[in-house]
Write a protein that binds this ligand. Structure first.
Ligand code: PGA
Length: 245
């Protein structure tokens, strides 16, 4: 696992965007694995800039997203389909037919089955990941076991609380989601995880220091990937280094 420590968060997002852009430049019909959240949004802002400056073409790109809340329709401003449209897809020349965010509405069992099938269609060339303060990747929450494939997950209180910043009140945050499973995430050809923020120090310590793979910190599984990069800013790195296990 490669670890890059940057001078600040802005630089981390620039580097992650450049890694994604380089994949698309080398392979114009690349399949991108995409994430949502504050960190991913800053990465997308850099990709939009590259597109506007004529350095990036999304016309043949396809995408698949990590997760979606159950119960939010695509037009809900906090749904991940809405997020992707507004933070990336509407601003670049991607064909939306080639973008996939699992639906959190209707027949959930069927949606999970569709998601599993969709993941298997073609390998992801580069998967963008965030990390939760509790170490989750996508919505694979800390647990005694990890699941291989897409599934329904009950969100932990910590995740509901962290995500409530995007909603008017914590009561509006969905308690369930559909998430890609660990094996599916790990099947991407390359992974790039960007982390920032002091609340993530403990989880990031588990990820970048020591050699433990721990289902109570799901991010630690990416140590097993043959082409994973973790990008963190210096402020977070210093905090991580000063933490106790
Ligand atoms: P954040 O979320 O980028 O909004 O902090 C990351 C995550 O929870 O995976």
């Amino acid at each position: 696992m490669q670890i890059i420590v940057t001078e600040n968060y802005e630089r981390s997002c620039e580097i992650a965007a450049k890694m994604i852009a380089d994949v698309v430049r080398a392979k114009p019909d690349a399949r991108l694995g995409l994430a949502t959240g504050g960190t991913a949004g800053a990465v997308y802002a850099n990709l939009i800039k590259e597109y506007r400056e004529g350095r990036l073409d999304f016309s043949k790109v396809s995408t698949i997203n990590l997760d979606e809340y159950i119960g939010l329709p695509p037009e809900h401003p906090q749904s991940y389909r809405y997020y992707m449209d507004h933070n990336l897809f509407n601003h670049v020349n991607i064909d939306k037919q080639n973008t996939y965010v699992v639906s959190g509405m209707g027949d959930i069992e069927q949606n999970v089955a569709d998601f599993r099938r969709k993941v298997q269609e073609e390998p992801v060339d580069i998967q963008l990941l965030g990390i939760g303060a509790n170490g989750h990747i996508a919505f694979n929450e800390p647990d005694s076991v990890l699941k291989e494939k897409a599934h329904v997950v009950e969100l932990t209180e910590s995740t509901v609380k962290a995500n409530s910043r995007f909603f008017d009140s914590i009561d509006e945050v969905p308690r369930k989601a559909i998430t890609m499973g660990i094996r599916e995430i790990m099947s991407a050809k390359s992974l790039v995880l960007v982390a920032t923020g002091k609340e993530k120090a403990q989880a990031v310590r588990g990820l970048i220091m020591g050699d433990v793979i721990d289902s109570r910190n799901p991010s630690t599984v990416i140590k097993l990937h043959h082409n994973a990069t973790v990008i963190i800013d210096n402020a977070l790195y210093e905090l991580v280094a000063s933490q106790k296990d």
